[in-house]
Design a protein around this ligand. Structure first.
Ligand code: PLP
Length: 398
């Protein structure tokens, strides 16, 4: 019997244990309240579900394969499956959520969409669904990320989105999120803000997790068909804000025998001053509308994070992950830049799959955790490496 502390579920106010909630300026209150009051009923309605399921199948390409990685398994002495979110249309898991939110925005009568992006995958996924639905789209992106994820910037522009650079702070994901929040405050009524991870004020973290939970829903029946059991021994996923991990963990949160491994970016080393390992370096604070673990100084100034992967370069984690960490339900691992790059090459050469650098962190975690021979491991392959070619080239060690 689990205590309520150990059960992973959100309460009415959007809290997972001590983390979550909605800490927002007054101007946004009616908008966030509108969403909170309506999203579950809209998403549960038959007309919504019909459109959503049809787009997931025919536009996104779901279900994505659960692929047995034979050569990778042999090199680690375990049975490793890869959940192929990299094969989703647009190249990452992000589109599961943007399809979900764009239909919701349409049903709420919104005409304009804004979003933040780090690696550009969420920006591309948002620009894509806006093109699909004929909606006006503006994407906020840090100036540094615009440089290191250039192909995705051009994809967004080709799709008809306006890309606005965020030039404050470290010019990365946190700063882009700040800009998007500001733009939302300027036009709260006509605009829907498609947040791309399990962050932000309630109901976003749970809503995004629910859209991404299709990942673990599929893993369950796919594993049953392949292995005769729904539950693996371990599920491994990288964590920026935490949406692909939340999706991969969702249907296993309350299955105590399944180890959940959350992989953060340790940059140049967790304590090097150039890292994004929030579970180790963070303390409770408010970031982008929710209470969570935040990398911050004693007086509450956010510390600039660092990761070679734009999608993990974030000084917080979603509140559900802060809770999973606090109650010990998930094991957190920090993987350094150099090791992630090597793991990207390893996956390329053992399986013929060039992963996104975010995803490569999850692959390298296999070297940093213990498991038993023949354990059944599922790694969520959150995205493909096309966007990262320039970073691979500059790194050059292959
Ligand atoms: C391929 C890929 N994986 C992971 C992430 C990290 O985001 P999240 O933690 O929300 O899954 C990103 C973010 O852009 C991404 O593009």
């Amino acid at each position: 019997m689990k205590t309520s502390e150990q059960m992973i579920q959100v309460d009415e106010k959007g809290f997972y244990g001590k983390f979550g909630g909605a800490y927002i300026p007054e101007m946004l209150y009616p908008n966030v309240e509108e969403l909170r009051e309506n999203w579950e009923a809209i998403v549960a309605s038959p007309t919504y579900q019909e459109e959503f399921q049809s787009l997931l199948k025919d536009f996104v390409g779901r279900p994505t394969p659960l692929y047995f990685a034979e050569r990778l398994s042999a090199s680690f002495g375990a049975k490793i499956y890869l959940k192929r979110e990299d094969l989703c249309h647009t190249g990452a898991h992000k589109v599961n959520n943007t399809v979900g939110q764009i239909i919701l925005a349409k049903k709420l009568g919104k005409k304009r969409i804004i979003a933040e992006t780090g690696a550009g995958q969420h920006g591309v996924a948002t620009a894509t669904v806006c093109a699909l639905m004929g909606m006006d789209c503006t994407i906020y992106m840090g100036e540094l990320d615009i440089k290191r994820q250039r192909p995705n910037v051009e994809r967004m522009r080709i799709l008809g989105a306006k890309v606005v650079p965020a030039v404050s702070g470290s010019k990365t994901l946190k700063d882009a999120t700040n800009e998007a929040m500001r733009a939302w405050i300027a036009d709260p009524v006509g605009t829907h803000y498609i947040i791309g991870s399990v962050v932000g004020p309630h109901p976003y973290p749970e809503m995004v997790a629910r859209f991404q939970s299709v990942i673990s829903e599929e893993i369950k029946w796919q594993l049953l068909a392949k292995e005769g059991r729904e539950n693996p021994d371990l599920v491994i996923a990288c964590v920026g804000g935490g949406s692909n991990a939340a999706g991969a963990f969702y249907h296993y949160y309350n299955e105590a025998a399944v180890r959940l491994i959350a992989v953060e970016a340790a940059g140049h080393g967790i304590h090097s001053g150039k890292s994004a390992a929030t579970s180790v370096l963070g303390t409770p604070g408010i970031l982008h509308g929710s209470k969570t673990l935040v990398m911050q100084t004693e007086d509450g100034q956010v510390i600039e994070p660092h990761s070679i992967s734009a999608g993990l370069d974030y000084p917080g984690i979603g509140p559900v992950h802060a809770h999973l960490h606090a109650v010990g339900r998930a094991e957190f691992v920090g993987v350094e830049d150099e090791d992630a790059m090597k793991a990207g090459i390893l996956l390329s050469r053992t399986e013929g799959i060039i992963p996104a650098i975010e995803t490569a962190h999850a692959i390298h975690a296999l070297n940093q955790i213990s498991f038993n021979p023949n354990d059944l491991i599922v790694i969520n392959l959150s995205g493909r490496g096309d966007k990262d070619l320039e970073t691979y080239i500059q790194w050059g060690n292959y």
